[in-house]
Design a protein around this ligand. Sequence first.
Ligand SMILES: C[S@@+](CC[C@H](N)C(=O)[O-])C[C@H]1O[C@@H](n2cnc3c(N)ncnc32)[C@H](O)[C@@H]1O
Length: 403
Amino acid sequence: MVLRPGTNAGALVTLELTVGPAAHGGHCVARHDNRVVFVRHALPGERVRARITETRSRYLRADAVEVLSASPDRVAAPCPYAGPGRCGGCDFQHVTAEGQRRLKTQVVREQLVRLGGLAESEVADVSVSPLPGGPLGWRTRVRYAVDDAGRVGFRRHRSHEVLPVDRCLIAAPAIQDSDVTGRRWPDASAVECAAGAEGVSVLAVPTEGRAWLVAGEPEVVERAAGRVWRLPPTAFWQVHPAAADTFAACVLDLLDPRPGERVVDLYGGVGLFAAPIAERVGPDGEVTLVESDRAAAAAAKAALADLPQVRVVRGRVERLLGRLTDLLDLAVLDPPRTGAGAAVVEALVAVAPRAVAYVACDPGALARDVSTFRAAGWRLAEVRAFDAFPMTHHVECIALLTP
Ligand SMILES: C[S@@+](CC[C@H](N)C(=O)[O-])C[C@H]1O[C@@H](n2cnc3c(N)ncnc32)[C@H](O)[C@@H]1O
């Protein structure tokens, strides 16, 4: 059967497919008519009947709607909103927790090889580790969309349409127990919930203008790395409750900061990495945190006020890096999903710190930046990967790069 290009062009067409390996983005790869088919809701090795959802000249997208021969990793999705054409938030509700980690391990290795230029043998020991807690009830930050009737929900996969939900099973228990899904939100386009150590803050976000606090405190309290932070509900904080401690310990372990060293913490947020690093470098060392968000930078200044060796600089890394990096020993890079980019990596490499810890929420962006490091003569010394986002295709990697 030949399918012509266009979104939903093949919506009524189903194909029988043998499903191949996982690919980045929450789907697996199959083949039909010499084209790649990205199949959601399937697993490697399965035989499925798949409904085509999008037809392009070089690839198709499809949803497995019937499983003809199931993988041993397949389970019944615990969430009633998961499945073909339904909530776009989770990708792997139909997979065991161990199976999800195997899929993510495969994707991280594949990205490092294909985009990072590493040999298969160099990534053979990369594997995704679990964080404490199960695959449900971990999400401490939830942004609900609001439909035309004022009900909260999540967007369907690759759609603007909101699927109303009465409960999100991956949300932290305090968010599930709040009354957000039971209420109507006629004046909001989104509702944001942040569950900190001392309660849930809820913000209603209008289409235009400022968000307003609906419940809880204007500052969320978080504890990690032996410290307390007070931050606005919208400031970045690691979403999984075990992530902040785990990642801070991992960055310290990989970089091994020594007394008196000079460190930059780029995309530093509220200072999760800057604080423990500052304690290690001590009063003779220096830690410069660069963060563009005004509220996050202010929260970092307040939380790290007892560490005079920390300097918080508000601004964009791309603009400030050139002025900050003379005499640098170590760097942390924790950019948003798009990655740091070649210009930032090249500016960092030019001042030759002895090591860089790269914290990445997108293995594709990490792999592209690793290839820039490698082109400059650096090597990827180690990668540790964590399943900080169970049920979704997302995965966190922390890489050590050395000259
Ligand atoms: C992935 S978060 C990491 C925050 C922090 N390292 C942590 O783990 O809590 C990325 C941070 O970079 C900030 N950011 C985004 N783009 C930036 C830029 N161009 N320059 C500086 N900071 C930026 C965001 O506001 C956010 O706080």
